[in-house]
Structure formats: C-alpha cells, structure tokens
Design a protein around this ligand. Structure first.
Ligand SMILES: [Zn+2]
Length: 271
C-alpha cells in the first residue's frame, strides 16, 4: 500500500498535502523556466503559468537523491501543479502531473537551447503574479512546434514577436516612430530600428539605432500574425532572418530593462 501512495501523480500530492496538514489551495498549468536551490533539500521553482503569470514556488525535498519529483520539475517541463498556501512567503507545490511533448524536445540540444531562450523571453515580458494566458499559449505552441521538428529559427521569431505583442511591447514596423511616415511598403532602405524607441525610424529621422533592411521588416511583419500552420511550413532559411533575430533580442533586452527599472521604482515607492 505504501508503494501505491508514493506513486508519482495526483494521488501522491493529495496524500502528502494531507500529511503536511494542508490542502491544495489552487491548481496551475505551469511551464517550468528555472530552479534555484533552497536550503539543504528544497528548490524554488520559477514558472510561467497560465493562471497567474510568473510564479515562484517551493518544491520540498526536490534536492534529495531519488526524490519523489523525478524529472517533473526540470526546466521546460510542462505540468499541472497543485499548490498549497503555506506559512512561508512562497506557496508550496504538493503535486506535479506532466503533460505535453517536452521529452521529445529534450532529445535535441539545439531545440532545447531555443526552448530555454523563449522561456526566458517570456519571463522578461510577463509580470509576476499577473495572468497572461496569451503569452502562455504562444510559448506552449512554440515548444510544441520545436518538439514536432519545425525550423527553430522560424519558431523563435514567431514566438518572440507574439510574446512582445501580448506583453504590450508590439514594435512598430510599418511607420516611423518619430514622424509617422510609412516605411515598410517602400522599396528603399536600410532603415533604423530602435528597441528602446519602440520600432523603426525613416531615413529622415536620426537617432542611435540598429540598421535594418526592408526584407527584415517585411519578414517580421509577416511572421508576427502568422498562423501556426504557416510557421510549421517554413522549412528553408528566410531572407532577413538573421537580422530579425538580433533586432528581437535587442527589443527583449530593452523590455527586461524597463521591467527591472519599474520593479525598482515600485520597491522604492512602497512604504
Ligand atoms: Zn521619420
């Protein structure tokens, strides 16, 4: 009977929660981004969740050898978590039931690295404790595409554009952010792209910014609102994709900096 109680899955969590004198308080669809050690035996898990945005949770015993969590709390694993509100500052995971094709994704190092990069991009975009189901869905879809064998470069651009969009940082690609003149439908170029300035600038509006060709702007514009099936069908290198990747990396970094400064400001203003 003891073996059955300790079996991984929902039952184990419920039994352990009762033994600990607590009951599951809520359930989360979670994508684990990274973990930190906590004390001698525990881990803190940073996860993107559908219901509460970025959360930090405690996994008791996760650092012990042959612990009951197995691989269920590793980065990029998706799981349904049952969580209890504990006495400490952080809530405690009482059970984790994995879902999705993360094992397939893990088998390929390059895809795994893209998956990590996209999960970190989501952390840069989504606020702690604030739900952003659209960001969660976009990241999940991207991981599914990576696991299916879609081209990682295309998946990454599509996912990052979507995350920026749903996070409220949709970069301007069609008109100059300084003067409003249309740029993307012009055959001229190159243009300047300013991550901090929120998008593209025309040739008449100076400013320190990355030079960007018209094919890169067109590619980003086309991928931003592309359906999943379109991304799945992109099997060859795309014109401008290298520059597009650099430009989005700049933009995500700018968003992360803005978020850090906003958090810092909030801390200083709070009593
Ligand atoms: Zn302009």
């Amino acid at each position: 009977m003891r073996a059955a109680i300790r079996r991984p899955g929902g039952m184990a969590g419920r039994v352990d929660a009762k033994m600990a004198g607590t009951m599951p308080a809520y359930t989360l669809s979670a994508l684990n981004v990274r973990t930190y050690p906590l004390g001698e035996n525990d881990k803190i898990l940073v996860a993107l969740t559908r219901e509460r945005g970025i959360v930090r949770l405690v996994a008791r015993g996760a650092r012990k050898p042959r612990n009951r969590w197995g691989g269920r709390l590793e980065p990029l694993v998706r799981a349904t978590l049952e969580v209890s509100t504990g006495r400490g500052a952080l809530d405690v995971i009482t059970s984790a039931l994995p879902y999705g094709p993360s094992a397939t994704l893990m088998a390929d190092f390059d895809r795994l690295m893209v998956g990590f990069r996209l999960a970190e991009a989501a952390v840069a975009i989504v606020a702690e404790g604030q739900p952003n189901a659209a960001a969660f869905d976009r990241l999940e879809a991207a991981l599914d595409l990576l696991a299916e064998g879609a081209r990682p470069e295309a998946v990454a651009l599509w996912c990052e554009l979507g995350l920026l969009d749903v996070g409220g940082y949709r970069p301007e690609l069609e008109v100059c952010v300084a003067c409003g003149a249309p740029v993307a439908d012009s055959a001229a170029g190159p243009f300047a792209y300013s991550a901090l300035g929120g998008g593209v600038r025309c040739g008449s509006c100076p400013g320190s910014a990355r030079s960007v060709g018209v094919e890169t702007l067109l590619l980003l514009g086309a991928l931003r609102d592309a359906e999943i099936d379109t991304v799945r069908g992109l099997t060859r290198p795309l014109p401008g994709e290298g520059d597009a990747a650099l430009l989005l990396a700049d933009t995500l970094q700018a968003c992360a900096d803005v978020r850090l400064r906003a958090n810092d400001m909030a801390r200083r203003l709070s009593p």
